[in-house]
Every structure is written in C-alpha cells, then in structure tokens.
Design a protein around this ligand. Sequence first.
Ligand SMILES: C[S@@+](CC[C@H](N)C(=O)[O-])C[C@H]1O[C@@H](n2cnc3c(N)ncnc32)[C@H](O)[C@@H]1O
Length: 531
Amino acid sequence: MAVGEVKAHRMRAQYEAWPYPQVPLLASLPSTHPFELHAAWLWDRCGSGPTPARPRLWIAGCGTFQPYAFAIANPKADIVATDLSETSLALARRRCLWHRQRHVQFAPCDLDDPSTWPAGEFDLIECYGVLMNLSDPLATLRRLRSRLSPRGVLRLMVYPHWSRARVFQLQRVARLLGLTANDRHHPAALRAFVRRLPLEHPLRYGFTTYADSKNDAGVVDGFLHAGDRGFTGHQLGALLQGAGLQPAYWFHRPWAQPDVMAERLGLGDRAQSTVLAYLDLWQELRCNFVVCARRADAPPAEVQPPAPHPLFTGHGHGLRHRLRLERLRWFGGKLPSRTGDERLVLRPAAARALLRGQPAPGVDALQLGATAATARPAHDDFAAEADWLDHAHSLRTGRRAPNPLYAHLFAAFELAERHPELQLPDLEAQMGRWLPWADPLEARPIVFGLTPYATYQRFRRSVQEHLERQDLGVASDYGSVRLRNDAAALTKVRALLADSPQLPRQRHDDATLRELYVLLCTHDDLFVTLT
Ligand SMILES: C[S@@+](CC[C@H](N)C(=O)[O-])C[C@H]1O[C@@H](n2cnc3c(N)ncnc32)[C@H](O)[C@@H]1O
C-alpha cells in the first residue's frame, strides 16, 4: 500500500469505530441558531452577492452532525453530504430523517480519491476539520476549488499549529503510553491518567478545557487520532494561494480578525497570513483557523444593499420555524455566534423589524449587506519557516534547554529577533500592546500562563538571558541526552506509570521514559536541566 492509502485506511478505521461528533440523536438545534451557515449569509460576507435561488451545497467530510445543521440553516438548498466513514454517514442520515430534514443526499466519498467525488459544481463547499487528515491537502484543495461555481465559497477549518500544541503534546504522551484509537478502553484510560496529573499541569488543563474530552469519540478525535496535524498561518496562506483560492472572511472573534489585529498591534501592511501566524504563536487565536475563501479568479467582491438575513424573514419556511420566529418576535432571544465571543442578543423590537423585512439596528450579524471583509494582502511567504519550526521544536542540549512544554513561548520571543525580514515590531514596544488581550488564565494557577505575555512579565530575565546565549547543540531524541538526576527522574516516571493500572502493560525504554518525564513531571520549570 502507498503511504496515502495507509493513511486513508487508518483514518477510515478510526472514524468507522469512533464516528464524530458524538451527539445524541434527539439533540435538536433551534432553527435560527446556525444562521452563520446559511449560504446567502456566507456569500454576502465574502462579497459574492446574492446566491442562486436553490444553491448547491457539498459538505465534504461531514461527520455525524453537520448535515443536520446545514439542512436547518439552508432549507432551500440541495445538499450533498459525503464522508469516508459509512458509520458516520448512517448516523448523519438517521439524524436528518429523525428531524425531518429530507433535502440532504448522502454518499460515501474519499477526498483523497477524486473518482469517488459527487458530480458537478457547488455554490458552497464545507470542509471542516478534514483537510489535516488527508495525504495531500494541497492537491485536494485544488480539486475542491475546481468544483466551486465562479462566485462559490469554500469554508475550511484546519487546526492551528501553535494554539493546538497542548493537544499534539497529549497525542505524543498517549502514543508513548501505548494508547491508541484501536482499543475501546483507551479513551477512558487516557482520561483517568490525565486526571492524575497536578491540577495546574498545562496538559491536564489542555485536556479538561477541550470541549470534546467529555466523550470517548471526542477523546479519540483529539488525543488518540490516527494522523492529523496543524498549520501555521503562513502554511495555511501558502496552501490557499497554491490552490488558487483567496481568503475572503475569517470566522474568528472580532479581535482575531487579521485587519483588526494588524491595526491594534501596529503590524503595518503585513499580509493576513503573517498576522494570523503571529496571533496563533501568541496564543491569541483561541479557536481553529476557519476561513471562507473564493476562487482567485472570482468576479470582484461586491457589497449588497442591506437586507435581513433570509432565515429571519420567515418567507416560505415550515410551521416549526415560523413558530420559533413568532417566539422571538414576542420574547426576543439569544443566538450563539461563532464569530463573536458573546451570544447575540435579539430583542423583540429587532426581531419584529427583521420579520417585516426591514433592517434592524444593533444586530448587524443578522443582516446582509456587510462590507467585504479584508483589504489586506492575503499571503506573504515566510521562506525560512521550515527551519524556524525545526529550531523551535528541536531538543536543544545546553545545560538548560527550553522545556518543550513551553516551546511556543520561546518561539514567540525568538521570532522577531531571528527573522527581521518579517518586520515584526520591537518586542518591548509590543508587550504593552498585547496587554488588553492577555489571557484571562493568567490570574489562575497555571504555572507559566499560556501566553508569552504572562511569561515575559514573570520571567523577563531568564527568557532574555536565554535568547542572548549562543546557539545550543541539538539532539535527535531523548535517548541521546541525560537529564540532571537522570536515574531519579526515570524512577519517578516509572512509579507514576506503575501506579496507573488503566494503562497498557508494556516495557518502556529509557528514551521513552525520559520524554515522558519531561512532558509529565517538569511543568514547573521553564527550562529542562541536562547534564
Ligand atoms: C474531525 S471529523 C469532522 C467532521 C465534521 N466535518 C464536523 O466538523 O463535525 C473529520 C471527518 O473527516 C472524515 N474524513 C477523514 N478522512 C477523510 C477522507 N480521506 N475523505 C473523506 N472524509 C474523510 C472523517 O470520517 C470524519 O468524519
């Protein structure tokens, strides 16, 4: 089998055994909640103008829940939902039927194999949390672009490289412990093991604050995954550009929009990819990369005249939806928003205006006619990024090596110094600017905070001294280094494992034990001390 086939095989096995997400069949979604998934709203945000009366939607890698959410949001669309996992498709189909959504067609499809793709062009393609599972994301993205109608929109979610560091570190711990997606007991075993770590351990914090860690399919999808990865802002920018796509709208909190952040941080006319890479590195993204892109050869972006969101006018919708709107008209309500931090509050007066087909002041998110999102260049290449990432993740072997748990902190401080070509602002000047966005966790007992800002406040001297040191040597793995008090460290981690009866019984070599020691027992230290 070729490498790509092996990966698809492992991926299929995982999602057949653990269809994702794990949501009860009966859980229902109020019909106005997924308003940001409406094709007309997405086209508007991207400057694509009005959609066709009956748009074609493709949810590529749909999992068990998205077809239902898109069907609710787009009652007048033709929707095709595909996935590699037939179990996921069966669950998604059952959910749609149960909730009386009949305008979705389901088909198995391997995104790595174009011969299995549904035919024709689509006005909206949704590919959420799938690309990082594929063997050649760029090739697939190019093909997806070729299936967009000329003004069509592709909504894409990929994991960010730095913001997801804790999840990738936990994946590494799980692999070292012999926990995999192939054993039904392993999600519970990982959960129990992580609970044994100190409360303030960043990996325990990363696990418990991960929304999906409460259910087994979520633990597998996050921490026992058969092969996913993250992208830096630059990598994502290069991917979109290489596929002939132009980012048009980011599904991020207001201050994680590239334009807003570039202005606030004095980043001048840096490209979107640079700003997002920077936000990710500084742990200020607080979500995955979610971008709506158009074909690079799409007609110029346009701003439509203001109009209410089609879901809130009620025209031509079923009785249940009209009853929901009636409730909003009388009592108002709160609507979740993926693009803001807060839920959107819809007051009765605003709901009545929307229902009359009139603009409703104060609820811009529920109206069409938004100005096209970003004027900033899409992508700037960071030619040295591969070396830079290698450096940031390498095992550096001075007497005091940066703790890999905090690799992102060191990387954040080093980036501006090592790569003047990025023209990032002076670090000292930048510090004050970050203050308003600094992580609220800093007030809590997380040893080093998660943000470089917190570290800088407390450990200014040691970080600075480290940055001023000559280049350190690099080791390939933990087998080639010795920790200070090496024997005691290995004994400690052996005892921790022996005291965790839920873990698979296996013999670990010293290199594995050393790495486990660093990941599990050194969270109090910014540096790992070697001999
Ligand atoms: C993290 S889940 C996301 C599911 C859904 N998009 C969501 O956001 O809820 C990843 C999905 O991608 C699917 N997938 C993985 N590799 C695939 C491939 N090569 N072709 C099609 N789907 C794939 C999996 O079966 C799984 O349902």
